[in-house]
Design a protein around this ligand. Structure first.
Ligand code: ADP
Ligand code: MG
Length: 219
């Protein structure tokens, strides 16, 4: 016997209270049924709760944090409202690509990647024009904070993607510093494939009564 349940009606995106335009966009992308980590986390995250989700690679974690972020985005406000921290430039590029697809139902959403290994000048130029969502690596985000070229005071959704890998790379202090520049009222979402003690420490420091979701690795 296993404790897994077969997909049911309740795992359709249409069962969530999402704007019709977002549901239409998901259907156009061919996304109809939620993956297990999406079905387990979206009810809480769309309700504004902090969430820690542990699930393996390829389980659909990007959408799980992009939907709550996009539902509270104000396209008319040219300020960074969503911030996603990723361990590497490759992962940041993948996340930005997926978020842009999911944001197609909103007009002119600017998703900017800020990663090391890229010249900083053009990034500063892009920031001056305004971005709604920033996806980046902790080191480069800190560079921009130091230069005061990035304002995080309007962030309402903070995401730590692949948190275990970022901590393995020694980013604990950088992440803490970046989070301290965001409003205390933000929603925090943490995604990870594993759950080492350092994640518990980090989440204790900056999350508010997080809902924890753990998806069995065989899914
Ligand atoms: P993870 O971050 O957990 O490794 P991703 O968010 O990169 O996984 O998603 C892996 C792939 O699954 C992507 O190509 C994404 O477009 C696709 N995907 C995500 N959610 C769904 C869904 N509900 N239905 C179909 N495909 C999905
Ligand atoms: Mg991912």
């Amino acid at each position: 016997m296993t404790s897994s349940t077969p997909p049911t009606e309740s795992q359709a995106f249409a069962s969530l209270s999402l704007p019709d335009s977002m549901l239409d966009n998901l259907a156009n992308l061919g996304f109809e049924q939620m993956t297990p980590v999406q079905a387990a986390s979206l009810p809480a995250s769309l309700d504004g709760k902090d969430v820690i989700a542990k699930a393996k690679t390829g389980s659909g974690k990007t959408l799980a944090f992009a939907l709550p972020m996009l539902t509270r985005l104000d396209p008319a406000m040219y300020a960074v409202q969503g911030l996603v921290l990723c361990p590497t430039r490759e992962l940041a590029d993948q996340v930005a690509k997926e978020v842009r697809k999911l944001a197609r139902f909103l007009p002119n959403i600017k998703v900017l990647t800020l990663c090391g290994g890229m010249p900083i000048g053009p990034q500063i130029g892009s920031l001056e024009h305004g971005a709604h969502i920033v996806v980046g690596t902790p080191g480069r985000i800190e560079d921009h904070l130091r230069k005061q070229t990035l304002d995080l005071s309007r962030v309402n959704t903070l995401v730590l993607d692949e948190a275990d890998r970022m901590l393995d790379m020694g980013f604990f202090d950088s992440i803490s510093n970046i989070i301290s520049k965001t409003p205390g009222s933000r929603q925090s979402l943490l995604f990870s494939a594993t759950y080492p003690d350092s994640i518990a420490t980090l989440s204790y420091d900056f999350m508010r009564e997080p809902v924890t979701v753990e998806i069995d690795t065989q899914h």
